[in-house]
Ligand binder design. Structure first.
Ligand code: NAD
Ligand code: 89V
Length: 344
């Protein structure tokens, strides 16, 4: 079949990974790019050989000639660009964090629904090879019914040199990174009824919080902890690994540093290593994230062709985004937050 033609808006730090991945995705290619910064437009256009370049998204949509748009800008522009895609009836991928507020995110889902176009949030962490391996063990039933979990990302990695805006926002770790970890908790344990959170800022050079501990009561009855930190200095830096501990009625799962997966069940204990592939364009330590970018973009194309809903559709991601909002509310109030009430 003919390739699906994409346009990418936002040619910054992370978009380079998305552009590399689009070259590897079967049945798709990027035919136009857009950035309001002419230097970023030139760098990415020249690197990936894209002739159609736009400094303004309105002009890009007015010219058309593409089957989907990949929005890789930072959060401030997400609502306007997704609604622009909806008004032109162009299926859209939107980077995380989906929106500035849950109200905006609900508006974006409603706009795409009304336009009859698919909307996927680029929430790629659940697509990482080690996380998919944990999901497979759960689905096979080896550890019975999970009743407790811990989803942990603790690092001292300097994310601010590549993404300087992360040091400047009122909100940092829950909105930027915890959003991924909360999505992994939902992916593995299902939706969340109530949430309690505590946050801290340890690094005095940044504005937002860089440590968060979040307690989740899942609808299944399971309890989990999501803990994230960019203030944790370890002997061997684990960035960007999410570590997982799960206790079930018939066994346990431990995903530990170095992509070591230990599964204990009625059959004994089995240890395997589930590392991500190092794609030709990838570089350590980002290769775990980079591989998941290719996986989610291939999933988008497969679903565009088949017509099914994506794993991280806008509607699905509202439930992850609500956890971010709930975490900030709980950190301020000290109270337990009813997540369902935020979504109603
Ligand atoms: P960045 O600032 O490096 O790049 C954003 C680019 O978008 C800039 O070049 C900017 O000029 C352009 N831009 C902004 N608004 C625009 C508009 N209205 N029209 C045209 N161009 C516009 O940011 P980044 O670090 O690449 O992050 C981009 C997004 O990717 C963020 O939302 C971030 O959270 C997300 N991100 C996701 C992952 C992941 O693993 N999923 C990793 C890193 C970053
Ligand atoms: O995935 C992200 O959103 C990145 C990072 C892993 C550095 O937090 O911002």
């Amino acid at each position: 079949m003919a390739e699906l033609r994409g346009a990418l808006i936002g040619c910054g730090f992370f978009a380079v990974n998305q552009m590399h991945a689009w070259k590897d995705v079967a049945d798709a290619g990027i035919v136009a790019i857009c950035d309001r910064d002419p230097e970023r437009l030139r760098i990415v256009g020249d690197q990936f050989g894209i002739a159609r370049r736009y400094g303004d998204a309105q002009a890009l949509f007015a010219d058309g000639g593409f089957d989907f748009v990949d929005i890789a800008t930072t959060v401030q522009s997400h609502r306007a660009l997704v609604e622009m895609a909806a008004s032109h009836k162009v299926p859209a991928i939107c980077q995380k964090p989906f929106a500035k507020t849950l109200t905006d995110a609900k508006g974006m889902v409603a706009a795409c629904h009304a336009a009859g176009i698919p909307l996927m949030v680029h929430e790629n962490f659940r697509w990482q090879t080690p996380i998919q391996a944990v999901k497979k063990v759960l689905e096979e039933g080896a550890i019975g019914t999970p009743f407790w979990g811990r989803f942990s990302f603790r690092s001292g990695y300097d994310v601010f040199s590549g993404q300087p805006y992360l040091a400047k926002g009122e909100r940092f770790i829950v909105e930027d990174l915890g959003i991924h970890t909360l999505d992994i908790a939902r992916f593995l344990f299902g939706d969340v009824r109530t949430l309690t959170a505590r946050t801290k800022r340890i690094n005095p050079q940044i504005k937002g919080e860089d440590v968060a501990t979040i307690l989740l009561d899942h609808e299944s009855g399971a309890t989990s902890i999501v803990d994230v930190s960019y203030a944790t200095k370890l002997g061997v830096e684990p960035f960007p690994e999410t570590l997982v501990e799960i206790d079930g009625s018939a066994g346990t799962i431990r995903l530990s540093q170095g992509y070591r997966l230990e599964v204990t069940s009625g059959d004994g204990t089995e240890v395997t290593v589930v590392p991500p592939a190092l794609l030709p364009w990838a570089s350590r330590p980002w290769h775990n994230i980079q591989e998941s970018v290719l996986a989610i973009q291939q999933h988008w194309i497969d679903r565009l062709k088949s017509g099914g809903e994506t794993s991280t559709s806008g509607a699905d991601n509202l439930k992850t985004f609500a956890l971010v909002e709930a975490a900030y509310q709980s950190a301020v109030s000290g109270q337990v937050v009813d997540v369902g009430a935020l979504l109603r």
